[in-house]
Design a protein around this ligand. Sequence first.
Ligand SMILES: [Zn+2]
Length: 380
Amino acid sequence: MYDLLVTGGTVVDPSQGINELLDVAFHNGKVATVGKSIPDSKAMEVVDAHGKYVVPGLIDLHVHNYWGVSHYGIDPDITNISKGVTTAIDAGSAGAATFAAFRKYVLERADTRLYALLNISLTGMISRNIGELEELRYADVGQASRVGNQNRDYIIGIKARLSEDITHEHDTESIKRALEAAQAIGGFVMIHVGNTATPMEKLVELLRPGDVVTHSFHGNKSGILDDAGKVIDSFIDARNRGVVFDVGHGAGSFSFEVAERALADGFYPGNISSDLHVYNVEGPVFDQVTTISKFMWLGMSLYEVIRLTTETTAQTIGRSDKLGTLKPDSIGDAAILSLDCGRFTLTDSVGRSITTSTKLSHVSTIRSGKLYKPWLTARA
Ligand SMILES: [Zn+2]
């Protein structure tokens, strides 16, 4: 007897090349099987997903969930798991000096499966008034490595935000220190670009295969396009050697125009993330399904945008054996989504709005093989 059966939906699981009408059964917190016409009688609970899409639990590579400490922080469960994102990676809200409380009060308590990129700055992202790398003494490799190694169950890499207002002239040195700490913990580096003092291509040159550039399609100073609107060769080279170009939409870091030009040039994102935080959750980002819907408007298929927030994200964080997939025996996380038809306005980070006739929306979430119903678990 299965614990839960989701019937009649279109299953989209790029990790297995699946895109067809199928049922998904869950048992003991894991995916039990994906197959045709599994009888309702074989499960304790049945969810009818006719007319809907059933996908692996979404993974958002870039969020900010250190509520109450980082000025960016929002509650993890309202914006992640309640919107189909079963796994999310906090991108640098905490640094070595502020991580212990992040672990104890946020990471260990959330219903969302959370991981963290430790900020190379000791403070993490505390205040809007002072950039965390203006003072280079905060970029302490020894402390980042120690805290990273002590918390490897949560910390999967190192974050460095490199805009000029955050680092002043320290962008190159900050990347070097982030790489050193990442090396010490065996993780990857994510760099935040846009308005950098050093041209973006010089910074990206320093990255290794598996490192991540977030805010790749920003519309600010020093981006991926040359003056003619073509993608600069060094970014194509970087992508070809395995650097991941992530979206990280954010409040100031995603331009439809830059993305249109890049895609026209064959430069697609290697990952789609939201960068959801206090300053964009009420728009223009709202949530991850809205973010991936923007790439459907840009011409990408539903299958492809799901791939870029499940299979590829799981690979980037080194968890593709258990997450971002509906393979039997993987963690039983899934999202049920609806592709709505109508007239929807979507806005980027530079204020441009487009109108689209289709948009994904969240219907329900399955976490560890159970329908996620936070309003019931309190009484269960
Ligand atoms: Zn961010």
